[in-house]
Structures are given as C-alpha cells and as structure tokens.
Design a binder for this molecule. Structure first.
Ligand code: CUA
Length: 314
C-alpha cells in the first residue's frame, strides 16, 4: 500500500511533487549560500564600531545588498507564479462524462456515494473508494459534522470537507494499486484513525465491482448466518447501519451491505478479519475511544452467529 507525496501515481500528484522538488532545490541553494556567506563573514570579517563606519563602507555594501534583495524578490515572484500555474493545472482535469463521487466526512469515517446518471444505480459505500485507472474522477466533498480534510498523498493534494458547503476536486490514478489516504484536518478524538483507501483498478474490473455493489445483500445461506441476521436485526444495529435489501436502513454509521468484501474495518483502523470484526463489535470503544458505536453485550454463540452473517455479506 502506498502513501507518500514522493511517489506520485497521478497527474495532480506529479505536479505537486514537481513543485515540492523545485522549492526544495531553490531553498537548499539559498540556504547553502547564506551559510557560506555567514562562515566567510565570521572568519574574514573584522569587528568595527558602528561609529567608525564610513560612507565608503556603506557604498561598498550597497551593491551586494541590492543584488541579494533583487534575487530574493525574483525567487519569491517566481515561486508565486509557479504556484498559481500549478493550482490552475490541478483544477484543469475536468471531463464531461467523468465518474462523480460524493465523499462525506463523518467523525470518524468516510461516506462514499457514486452519483450515477441512472438513479437506480446510485451506490453508497464507506471508507474504500474504487476508481477506474487512467480516468479523471470528480470528487465532491462535504461533511456531516466538523471540518475534515480528504488527502490521498499519492494522487492529489488536500481538500477540506466543510459542513454545508460542497467542494470539488479531480483525482486520477495512472497506475493500478491501493492508495492510502488520511484525514488531514484535526476533527476530534479519533482524527488519527480516519483513514481511507483508494483502489485503482482497470476499467473492466471496476465495472464488475460497481455492478456487484448495486446488488442488495445476499440473504443468509446457512443456519448460523440466519441466526446472525436475527441477532443483528433485534439489537441496535439497524438503527445506525444499512444492509441493502433488508429493514436495516440506518444512516448514522457506514453501510454494511458488502462489509464482508471490505479491506479494513473502522476506517482503516483494523484489517477486516473475523477476529478483528469480533473485537470491534464487542468493544469498539476499546479500539477507537470516543467512536459513535456503542459496545455490544453478546453471548459467545450470538457473536459467532453475527460474525457468520456479516462476513457472508460480500
Ligand atoms: Cu476527520 Cu481529521
């Protein structure tokens, strides 16, 4: 899994990395020259009282100081111009029929909605964003509570998600892979455990995934999962979670319609394994203190049943 601005995997990230290297090089040269000048002055200069400074000395200094000021202004203006052009370029990826994804920040997870031209094909997932490789994708961001910041270092710069205000950005991955991102704006207790994954896949693979997500949850196929579904529905779970095709329609927490095929749990906090899922259901507060999910007091057999049910939701 990648997560580094030095490893750009898309046109936006490329531009940002280019700008970073430019600033790093210029700053390094300036710093080196300043240090050389400082050491030169320390070794070769000699102490003189202010009162002794003649007009001649002032004249001698005027030239180098003017040149240094000129170079400084030139560098600053150059950086400003480069910055403006980079900003323009970052916003200039639009395409008419591009895939549009609405990302809503929540404390502390990401709601991901694919805005399909056919309303019936609209899907809602969480924390994992599948995109087709080599195509610009429009991200429309907002927040359900406080300000979050959407940041996939390998693919693009940061974008704030602001309550009541939609922001837009473009994203493109040129290489298939899983790119990790992280909320980049302090948003409360579990800000650090608010990760997001972007899975960039070739178009056909993306289409298969997209179709699979449009399906409602598969009904439980074995007796343990059927018991698990009953436990799930009779506890508080449906108040907060949706399972497509069932009476669970909660929108407070992530949709669990395809939780069995998700890579991680709790916004990148845990790898999605049966054991981690069990720990998360029983004691989410121990894993992510302050999270909105309450602990669940289940018997061993109820827990096993609910695990069978949830892991079957592929
Ligand atoms: Cu969301 Cu920090």
């Amino acid at each position: 899994m990648n997560e580094s601005v030095f490893n750009p995997a898309g046109p936006q990230a490329d531009r940002i990395a280019g700008m970073w290297w430019y600033m790093f090089s210029v700053s390094s040269v300036v710093w080196t020259l300043v240090v050389i000048a400082l050491l030169y002055a320390a070794w070769h200069g000699h102490r003189r009282d202010v009162a002794d400074q003649s007009d001649e000395t002032n004249d001698r200094l005027r030239r180098p100081v003017s040149i240094a000021v000129g170079i400084t202004v030139f560098i600053l203006v150059g950086t400003l111009v480069y910055d403006v052009f980079t900003g323009e370029a970052l916003a200039s990826l639009p395409r008419d029929n591009a895939l549009r994804i609405r990302i809503t920040g929540h404390q502390w997870w990401w709601e991901v909605e694919y805005i399909d031209p056919v309303p019936g094909n609209h899907i809602t997932t969480a924390n994992e964003i599948h995109i087709p490789v080599g195509e610009p994708v429009q991200i429309i961001g907002s927040s359900a509570d406080v300000i979050h910041s959407f940041w996939i270092p390998d693919l693009a710069g940061k974008k704030d998600l602001i309550p009541g205000h939609a922001t837009a950005m473009w994203l493109q991955a040129d290489k298939p892979g899983i790119y990790r991102g992280q909320c980049a704006e302090f948003c409360g207790h579990q800000h650090a455990k608010m990760a997001v994954l972007v899975m960039a896949e070739p178009r056909p693979q993306f289409n298969t995934w997209y179709k699979s997500q449009q399906l409602p949850a598969a009904p439980p196929s074995d007796s343990l999962s059927r018991v698990g579904e009953k436990v799930f529905m009779s506890r508080g779970c449906p108040v907060c979670h949706t399972v497509g095709g069932t009476l669970a329609l909660g929108r407070i927490g992530p949709s669990l319609t395809h939780i069995g095929s998700s890579y991680t749990l709790a916004a990148g906090t845990l790898k999605n394994t049966r054991g981690n899922l069990a720990g998360w259901i029983v004691d989410p507060q121990g894993i992510k203190p302050g999270v909105k999910m309450p602990p669940n007091d289940l018997s061993g057999s109820e827990l096993q049943a609910i695990l069978s049910y949830l892991t079957s939701l592929k």
